[in-house]
Design a protein around this ligand. Structure first.
Ligand code: NI
Length: 268
């Protein structure tokens, strides 16, 4: 599904506007020495394929991350591999922002890292983050996407559909409708051209945090530049409670990835 038609506009930075549009910017969330240190640790984490054997490192967009070159490498729980993250100013800033929006009980929920390799990194298709999560729980979070270098439409910055954070979770499928692929994409039934015409790009500087909510519909293009596009993503919010709704996410039930097989093998 194309990301064309995306326009640049003023990016919301005030909290009320972030709540209204469902996305926004927290400038310079990570800066100075901390940004330099995080970038070095991030590169080392991906170079060593940290957590591959237990399923923490895998390809979001490909179906065989054991033999193929990864087009969208992802590492789950990077704070396990970069220990200073939990004590970082970045975490404090993100938690403070979540506390102001959601209340003081907001706390760290999860983190991951997505690398979009130079000239090779593939599209992150339109999706809602909540489509990856347990449908039997209520998810109230603020998600922060922090590029470790400037992010532009050419390198794979995020794009949003304003107001989509207020929608239900729409129909998703594994990318390319291939159940061996971990990443998800909205189906044509969920997302229409009229929605895409309203999409907004959010180019930003290294260390800025782009903010969204679990249902904000977002996308990132391929990396057409000569530099890797590194992004660190963390969520702060209310610990997910079990809900009584009967909703189900069939796209999760039919997924069968090598990553899940590795994770199951190390847990058994
Ligand atoms: Ni996402």
């Amino acid at each position: 599904m194309p990301g064309t038609g995306t326009q640049k506009v003023n990016i919301p930075t005030k909290k009320l506007d972030v709540l209204r549009y469902g996305y926004g910017l927290l400038p310079a969330a990570c800066a100075g020495d901390e940004l330099v240190r995080l970038t070095a640790a991030y590169d080392e984490m991906f170079a060593s394929r940290a957590g591959h054997d237990r399923g923490d490192h895998y390809d979001l967009a490909g179906s065989n991350d054991e033999t193929d070159r990864l087009s969208l490498p992802q590492i789950m729980t990077p704070h396990k591999y970069i220990s200073f993250l939990t004590q970082s100013r970045l975490w404090v800033r993100c938690r403070d922002f979540a506390n102001e929006l959601l209340g003081t009980e907001a706390q760290f929920i999860e983190d991951h890292a997505i690398l979009k390799p130079a000239r090779y990194g593939s599209v992150t298709p339109w999706h809602q983050d909540e489509a990856y999560w347990d449908p039997g729980r209520r998810h109230i979070t603020v998600n922060f996407w922090i590029p470790l270098q400037d992010a532009t439409p050419e390198s794979g910055c995020l794009h949003y559909i304003p107001g989509s954070h207020l929608w239900e979770v729409l129909e998703h499928q594994p990318i390319g409708n291939d159940p061996r692929t971990h990443g998800l994409e909205l189906t044509d039934r969920g997302l229409h051209d009229a929605h895409l015409e309203r999409a907004r790009a959010v180019p930003c500087a290294a260390g800025d945090a782009v903010i969204h909510f679990p249902r904000s519909v977002h996308y990132a293009g391929p990396n057409l530049t000569d530099r890797d596009r590194r992004a660190y993503i963390c969520s702060f919010g209310i610990p997910a409670e079990t809900i009584t709704s009967m909703r189900s996410f069939p796209w999760l039930e039919r997924r069968k990835t090598l990553r899940e097989q590795r994770a199951a093998a190390t847990q058994s």
